[in-house]
Design a protein around this ligand. Structure first.
Ligand code: MTE
Ligand code: MO
Length: 383
């Protein structure tokens, strides 16, 4: 069994598939902490977890003027300043289950918790590339930075992805070669010893167990860059889809969901107020500036209170524009409408570009069930 060396996992995780291991965070406690503890951070693996010996680990970089570079873990830790970035990761398929209710899609049936928030520490990718000779000549020619994992499919092909060169080299991009998560060595499930963190980008580009970096004119030719993780029209089906016709998903659209109420549950009629809690986040470093909550399916709205820092801390100042990498948790207490038999609780977020979430799932349905970010709706009975 190639999975026999997978690490132990926290029993509270909501398992979606065991081999490979895919699990979402337990929704009820997801938003209890602003920084998700690593043990309950969602996990998305395509293959068995490669067990990497940190002593013999080498990170190779191809495409630099001086030829291939090979770094040890110690080189990465001792030659480059250590930076810490707080960033939310979200899988492209988060909330796919809602698309499945419209019409069957292909993929893991994620509910709302294929998203989590952590601090990541390591060297800036740009520092490393400049150190090994990245210069104007290469900048004029290269367009992409490819990443390959040390995890392999049955044919021996590595998990791979790429990002645009300008994201990798930008001073505002904050792309990290991370060796720590929440102040400790990366856990095996999250990429030990090194993963790339591409803040504001879809989870799939945050390659774990990083073995190789390639600076190139071409995007990664991997399955996950070319034939997966792309969005299509609701009218496109598996007979007509042309994966070449759509760009790879990189930045994700604005998102929010309700975490403390579940569909079909009930609340006590004698309660004066209803408290609603959840998370909100947008891709590309766009800051969530507002979350609207409704108890009547969207007829009337209330503005939730946003939290952008650790429990017990006063609210953190907004990051510079375009660098809001971490989610905002939100909460609101609303008087229970008199005589209501049922509530349709809804949330929607607005980001700093005034993008907001679509009202319903059907018009954004796509065959892979990605980019599922319609208003989140939860029906609750009043008893
Ligand atoms: N990197 C490697 N090497 N192998 C993988 O299977 N999965 C990707 C990405 N990086 C993956 C990978 C996907 S689709 C997601 S959503 C994130 O890792 C999940 O990161 P996490 O498991 O740390 O939450
Ligand atoms: Mo993902």
């Amino acid at each position: 069994d190639p999975y026999s060396t997978d690490p132990p996992r926290h029993p509270a995780l909501k398992v979606n598939s065991l081999k490979p291991f895919n699990a979402e965070s337990p929704t009820a406690i997801l938003t209890d902490s602003y920084i998700t503890p690593s043990a309950i951070f969602f996990k998305r693996n395509h293959f068995p977890v490669p067990r990497v010996d940190p002593k013999t680990y080498r990170l190779k970089i191809e495409g630099l003027p001086g030829g291939t570079v090979s770094l040890t873990l110690d080189d990465l830790k001792s030659h480059f300043p250590k930076h810490t970035v707080m960033a939310t990761l979200q899988c492209a398929g988060n909330r796919r289950s809602e698309m499945n209710k419209v019409k069957q899609v292909k993929g893991l049936n994620w509910e709302i918790a294929a998203i989590s928030n952590a601090t990541w520490s390591g060297a800036y990718l740009r520092d490393v590339l400049y150190h090994y000779g990245f210069g104007p000549e290469l900048a004029a020619k290269a367009r992409h930075v490819q990443f390959e994992g040390l995890d392999l499919d049955v044919t021996g092909t590595a998990y791979g992805a790429s990002i645009p060169l300008n994201k990798a080299m930008s001073e505002e991009g904050d792309v990290l070669l991370a060796y720590e998560m929440n102040g400790e060595d990366l856990p095996a499930d999250h990429g030990f010893p090194v993963r790339v963190i591409v803040p504001g980008f879809v989870g799939a580009r945050n390659v774990k167990w990083l073995g190789k970096i390639i600076i190139s004119e071409e995007e990664s030719q991997s399955h996950w860059q070319q034939n997966d993780y792309k969005g299509f029209s609701p009218g496109t089906d598996w007979d007509t889809v042309d994966f070449k016709s759509a760009p790879a998903i990189q930045e994700l659209p604005v998102q929010s969901a309700i975490t403390n109420l579940t569909d079909g549950s009930s609340i006590d009629r004698d309660m004066e107020n209803v408290t609603v809690k959840g998370y909100s986040w947008s891709g590309g470093g766009r800051e969530v500036v507002r979350v609207d909550v409704s108890l009547d399916g969207g007829k009337t709205w209330h503005v939730a209170k946003l939290q952008n820092s650790k429990e017990g801390e006063t609210s953190a100042p907004s990051p510079p524009p375009g660098q809001a990498w971490a989610w905002k948790l939100w909460e609101i207490t609303i008087p229970l409408p008199e005589g209501a038999q049922e509530l349709e609780v809804v949330c929607k977020a607005v980001d700093s570009s005034y993008n907001t979430q679509p009202e319903s799932v059907a018009p954004i349905w796509n065959l892979r069930g990605v980019l599922s970010n319609a208003w989140h709706r939860v029906r609750v009975k009043v008893k």
